[in-house]
Design a binder for this molecule. Structure first.
Ligand SMILES: [Zn+2]
Ligand SMILES: [Zn+2]
Ligand SMILES: [Zn+2]
Ligand SMILES: [Zn+2]
Ligand SMILES: [Zn+2]
Length: 331
């Protein structure tokens, strides 16, 4: 009787302490227990306990090890019980690809995948609701009135047009910021530089100088005809740059744009909707940009192509020669 009572307890202790039967468990036992331990009869039970232990170890082996804190989690766990790190991949309900459990968008098939969350405002939705009760937008997406692209998110991923009331308001708000104004000014200047042609040969230089002289002579004659005593010919505004000058000017402009874009980087925010909207609202027009997310530091054509934008990110300028791969370009 006493023995079986002890053996039950022993099994319990074993289950509580992650140890096999060895000296480490003995300090936990009373003298009497230790005496029984030495007893031959115990061996069967010890073997049994060891079996239980090996079963447990096997279970542990089947469990999921947390990559960030090392906790062994339940084999079925989606997130680490200690630190919350996602432990396994989810599956895209649309194409079946493996997908991060926190992702709301599949980067393989480019579909929004959260049936219970409005993609436009982040409000909870029941699976049967076709229109969001919070913002009124349709679950199936909005077609951009400017470029006809179907969009799951509040800004057009193709042309940047705000598609909802909130997006429009946010965009108006952000465009008042001094940094945004600097940004769009610099972006326009870069567009202009990109349209300029540099001198290509010495002949170009000579031809331009001749044209300049001719222009001055004509203007002087005209002024004399009008009776101006000491006519001053205004300098020609358009100054044609050499290839090097033009490249340097573009480089400087890109540097300035990059500085402003770095300042305007979107920090991690509580919801993917917020980051997408904030980033799209501050995107300047005219220049080629890519969105670099803080999740995988992947280049997307916009945060609308990122599965986990809630970690934040920033816009980067793509130069003409820049052939860095944009992850979600082939849609
Ligand atoms: Zn963990
Ligand atoms: Zn998919
Ligand atoms: Zn909504
Ligand atoms: Zn559009
Ligand atoms: Zn991303």
């Amino acid at each position: 009787m006493l023995n079986s009572y002890f053996f039950n307890n022993f099994a319990r202790i074993l289950a509580n302490f992650d140890m096999t039967i060895d000296s480490t468990i003995r300090p936990e036992l009373t003298n009497r227990d230790a005496k029984i331990l030495q007893h031959g009869e115990l061996e069967d039970h010890a073997a049994q306990a060891q079996q239980t232990e090996s079963q447990r170890l096997q279970q542990q082996a089947q469990g999921v090890l947390c990559p960030s804190c090392g906790t062994v989690n339940d084999p079925e766990a989606m997130f680490c019980a200690s630190c919350g790190t996602p432990l396994r991949m989810g599956l895209c309900p649309n194409c079946g690809s493996e997908i991060d459990p926190e992702a709301d968008f599949c980067e393989v098939c480019h579909h929004y995948i959260k049936a219970d969350t409005c993609s436009f405002c982040g409000a909870r939705m029941t699976e049967t609701e076709v229109y969001c009760h919070e913002c009124g937008n349709p679950r199936g997406g909005i077609v951009c009135p400017v470029c006809n692209t179907l969009n799951d998110f509040a800004f057009c991923k193709q042309c940047g047009t705000p598609l909802t009331e909130e997006a429009k308001a946010l965009s108006d708000e952000l465009h008042k910021l001094p940094d945004y104004q600097l940004l769009s000014e610099a972006a326009n200047e870069l567009v202009e530089l990109n349209m300029q042609f540099p001198y290509t040969s010495e002949r170009d230089v000579v031809r331009d100088q001749m044209n300049q002289k001719l222009r001055e002579r004509v203007l002087l004659l005209l002024a004399k005809d009008k009776g101006v005593v000491n006519p001053v010919v205004p300098k020609n505004e358009s100054h044609r740059m050499s290839k090097e000058e033009l490249e340097k000017a573009k480089e400087d402009k890109i540097k300035l744009l990059t500085e402003i874009l770095d300042r305007m980087a979107v920090p991690p925010l509580p919801s993917p909707v917020k980051v997408r909207n904030y980033a799209m609202a501050q995107k300047p027009g005219g220049v080629r940009l890519a969105w670099v997310c803080n999740w995988k530091h992947a280049m997307h054509s916009s945060p609308c192509g990122c599965a986990k934008p809630q970690l934040g990110g920033k816009w980067v300028i793509l130069g003409k020669k820049n052939n860095q791969e944009i992850k979600d370009d082939n849609k």
